[in-house]
Ligand binder design. Structure first.
Ligand code: PMP
Length: 303
């Protein structure tokens, strides 16, 4: 990915601004304390995917750190849609972040915070992604993050270090490990397929983010009659799995074909993983279309 900040329209506290003009204060608590919550929703054909679930998780994360939602969820959805339109975003991501805002530096929360809300988009081919065809290699390394990984906070340095360690080792990503059990990927949930075609992904708890893609894949798998186990699994179990994959809004379902020094299956994306990716893309497309329909009916009502 290029490091240059791409041009485009961003949203900063009530205003749509060119990316080059989009700035926040050095006193913002998001900058000084990582005192901020974020969300990333994907966009297909100009429509938001699984967005109500992302906004529900946003509200939950904010609640856990006692940060009020600065705008009603319907207003946020309206702004996300406007940003998509202003950027002519066909496929990619909408990033949204709420911080506790600027305040005199103090560990205690300010008594009357003025939250910062920023949004921007990233153009990205999610469906037609080479990694989905070839699969990716991952390494495993100790999970160095904090004890509330269920909160989607912007405190992402440990995850960023884990991702960089993978790239430095010639791999694509890291699955993080606690007590010899996989927690999750640097920015995705981790899944393996057992010898009976059973799906295994870690149970929810404070060790992982409750992925929205994870929850949709769980539902789709259950609808297909697949056996699903939500439980912790060891590194050894992952290395001897029939298949492995990761899930996230940014990449959907990505096959994992190598874990550390072990090739998974025959080194190619497994059949069940490919089927699940196909099913998820279909569901995501339906979700995006219903978002567009809802936006249209809202704009007709307001005329
Ligand atoms: N775990 C972590 C640590 C993540 O950062 C992400 C992506 N934000 C996920 C899991 C996947 O969540 P989602 O499917 O909602 O994108």
């Amino acid at each position: 990915m290029s490091n240059a900040i791409p041009p485009g329209i961003t949203y900063v506290n009530d205003r749509f601004l060119e990316a080059s003009e989009a700035t926040v204060s050095i006193f913002d608590r998001g900058f000084l304390f990582a005192d901020a919550i974020y969300e990333v929703s994907s966009v297909l054909e100009g429509g938001l995917v699984d967005n109500p679930a992302h906004l529900a998780r946003l509200q939950r994360s904010l609640g856990e750190v006692d940060l009020p939602l600065p705008l009603a969820p319907e207003k946020i959805t309206g702004l996300q849609r406007e940003l998509i339109e202003r950027n002519r975003l066909h496929e990619g991501l909408v990033y949204l972040q709420i911080t506790r805002g600027p305040a005199n530096r103090d560990f205690a929360f300010p008594s009357s915070p003025q939250p910062t809300l920023v949004m921007f988009v990233q153009h990205k081919k999610i469906v037609d992604n080479p990694a989905a065809k070839s699969g990716i290699s991952i390494i495993t390394s100790p999970d160095l993050r904090w004890a509330r990984c269920d909160i989607k906070s912007v405190s992402l340095l440990a995850a960023s270090m884990a991702k960089q360690a993978a790239l430095d080792a010639g791999a694509d990503d890291t699955w993080m490990v606690e007590n010899d059990r996989i927690t999750e990927g640097s920015s995705n949930n981790a899944w393996i397929v057992g010898s009976e075609g059973n799906l295994i992904t870690r149970h929810l708890g404070s060790e992982i983010l409750p992925g929205i893609t994870r929850s949709v894949v769980l539902r789709l798998a259950q609808e297909e009659g697949l056996e699903v186990e939500e439980r912790a699994f060891t590194v050894a179990e992952a290395k001897s799995a029939a298949e492995a994959f990761s899930t996230s809004a940014a990449s959907f379902v990505v096959p994992v074909v190598r874990i550390d020094d072990r090739v998974i299956g025959d080194g190619k994306p497994g059949p069940l993983t490919r089927e699940i990716r196909k099913r998820y893309i279909k569901s995501a497309m339906e979700s995006a279309r219903s978002d567009i329909d809802e936006a249209r009916s809202n704009s007709q009502e307001s005329r």
